[in-house]
Design a protein around this ligand. Structure first.
Ligand code: HEC
Ligand code: HEC
Length: 478
């Protein structure tokens, strides 16, 4: 027996040394059969089949990882559903408040996060890590476990443990050496010199904190200390600044004659409307406008169709995008359309910030082309009855975007069978519909509104005669 040191404390267990793998495997098999539970094998390289011989069962960790992964997955679904659809529902262009595809990235990440953390920390817990130190390390012979020797250790805490019996047993299994291993009886207290150094370090560590605290809330005119200056500070010309570099002392420079600014090579100024300009307008219209107004401008873009579905299901109120090919929009001046695109109008958002000025004009040119292309022969209304003229206007003045005359509800109420109907208004007063109410509803739609409908009706400029024609048409649908 080799004595390692004179600092032996309590008995840790018995350690046996073996010279080759075969003996070790044979020994492992026997130790397991003998019924020991607190014991282990130590080898310089992985020995396949050793865990089977030792009777180590396959780890349950994969199942724990699976369960935690599923937990992360469901938490992610629940969290996003709660945040986006329940606690803070926010309508973005009529997109659904809850839909799985949009939420997959976070679901994926939470699943991976939970699984990875469980696998990592679960492995530590299952293996009893971190283990800073094993009493086996105190034995000099044991060092050869990293080289060419194989060891079996049986711990004293095992219920079957008996030092003498363990020595005999392990020797009988072919061990070339067996010996007791002890815990150290050295005190766990830190050496005094180390304590002193740590106190000094701790004091030094408070210096940066003290410096931060000292300058907290103070201002200074000194420039910041730049350890790595990179390109943080550069000389640059400001719009209205002065410089000695140019003779006139101005930082802002006029465009040099005979040159073109980068990106301005295609000169659309002076309203040069050529094929390239219209093509640019088409491309921009399709990018920016078609989602709502449709590729042909008739107001049937994808956002509109989706939002209509949502509105029909009672999830949102939706004002349909205008049918830009209608006469009333063809009659608008270029400047009015430019203003609409730039600033938006009522429920339509502004696009001035996104579409450069030149492109806005290009869109208008293309819009004119759309309007011309879809303009039918102007309806000749001579000889028509007032009612028939009303029917033509019902389509051309955009009424049919929001109303039907067959009882179906769009944005507004169906306009058949109105006269004599008893309805409730917004202010809960009731009223029987007569000519006067219909006229007022068309001429001044915001004045009163029917309960259960949005106040979204358009005010369309109409002459008195046109009003009467529309009234007569609506009455003919009673
Ligand atoms: C997000 C959907 C949406 C987009 C995108 C959109 N619009 Fe609109 N637009 C609307 C809606 C909705 C209305 C009707 C507004 C109302 O009546 O409250 C409208 C109305 C209009 C009108 C009629 C304004 C009036 O005088 O009554 C014009 C013209 C128009 N849009 C042009 C455009 C152009 C050009 C673009 C592309 C730059 C565009 N819109 C992009 C939703 C949109
Ligand atoms: C943007 C959609 C929209 C357009 C376009 C529109 N309306 Fe309306 N209209 C409504 C809504 C919504 C109501 C119900 C709320 C209210 O009374 O203001 C309504 C109400 C009415 C009413 C009263 C019906 C009732 O039962 O209260 C009449 C009549 C009417 N519209 C006629 C017209 C005519 C004629 C046109 C075409 C010149 C037209 N509307 C264009 C949305 C529209």
């Amino acid at each position: 027996m080799t004595e390692t040191s004179n600092t032996n404390g309590e008995l840790y267990g018995v350690m046996a040394e073996f010279d080759d793998v075969t003996t070790l495997c044979n020994a492992a098999d026997k130790v397991r059969d003998a019924g020991y539970t607190k014991w282990d094998c130590h080898t310089p390289f992985p020995v396949h089949g050793l865990d089977d011989l030792m009777g180590i069962r396959f780890t349950k960790l994969p199942w724990v990882v699976l369960i935690m992964g599923l937990t992360g997955c469901s938490l992610a679904v629940l969290m996003q559903w709660w945040m986006n659809a329940v606690d803070y529902p926010y309508d973005i262009s009529g997109k659904p408040q809850w839909s799985l595809p949009a939420n997959i990235p976070v679901i994926f990440e939470m699943t991976v996060l939970f699984s990875a953390f469980t696998a990592f920390f679960g492995m530590w817990i299952a293996n009893g890590l971190p283990l800073w130190y094993s009493p086996l390390f105190r034995n000099k012979r044991f060092a050869r476990v990293t080289d060419d020797k194989f060891f079996v250790s049986i711990e004293a805490t095992d219920s079957l443990f008996d030092s003498a019996k363990a020595h005999d047993f392990l020797s009988s299994l072919g061990a070339s050496n067996t010996e007791d291993v002890y815990h150290s009886n050295e005190t766990a207290a830190l050496p005094g010199s180390l304590k002193g150094k740590m106190i000094v370090l701790a004091c030094l560590a408070t210096i940066p904190l003290a410096m931060v605290y000292n300058s907290y809330g103070k201002t200074t005119t000194e420039p910041r200390v730049h350890l790595v200056p990179d390109m943080d500070k550069q000389d640059k010309f400001r719009a209205q600044g002065q410089t000695t570099l140019f003779a006139d002392g101005r930082m802002s420079r006029a465009q040099i004659e005979g040159t073109i600014a980068q990106g301005d090579l295609e000169d659309y100024s002076n309203n040069v409307v050529n094929a390239a300009f219209v093509a640019r307008g088409e491309e921009r219209f399709n990018i920016y406008c078609s989602v709502c107004h449709g590729f042909n401008g008739q107001g049937d873009g994808t956002v509109h169709r989706r939002a209509t579905e949502l509105a029909d299901a009672g999830h949102a109120a939706w004002v349909p995008p205008a049918d830009l090919t209608l006469e009333m929009y063809a009659d608008k001046s270029d400047e009015e359309l430019f203003s609409t695109i730039t600033h938006g109008i009522r429920t339509m958002p502004a696009y001035g910030g996104q579409i450069p000025e030149k492109d806005r004009w290009a869109i208008i040119v293309y819009l004119r082309a759309l309007q011309l292309a879809q303009k039918g022969e102007p309806v000749d209304m001579t000889g028509m009855t007032s009612e028939q003229r009303g029917e033509v206007m019902f389509a051309s003045k955009s009424c049919s975007t929001c109303h039907t005359v067959d009882g179906a509800r769009l944005i507004g109420p169906p306009l058949n069978g109105l006269i004599g109907q008893e309805i409730t208004l917004d202010d809960d007063s009731t009223l029987v519909i007569d000519d006067d109410y219909i006229l007022k509803s068309i001429a001044n739609p915001m004045a009163q509104a029917r309960k259960g409908y949005p106040k979204a009706m358009l005010e369309v400029a109409l002459t008195d005669e046109e009003l009467t024609d529309l009234l007569n048409y609506i009455k003919s649908q009673n």
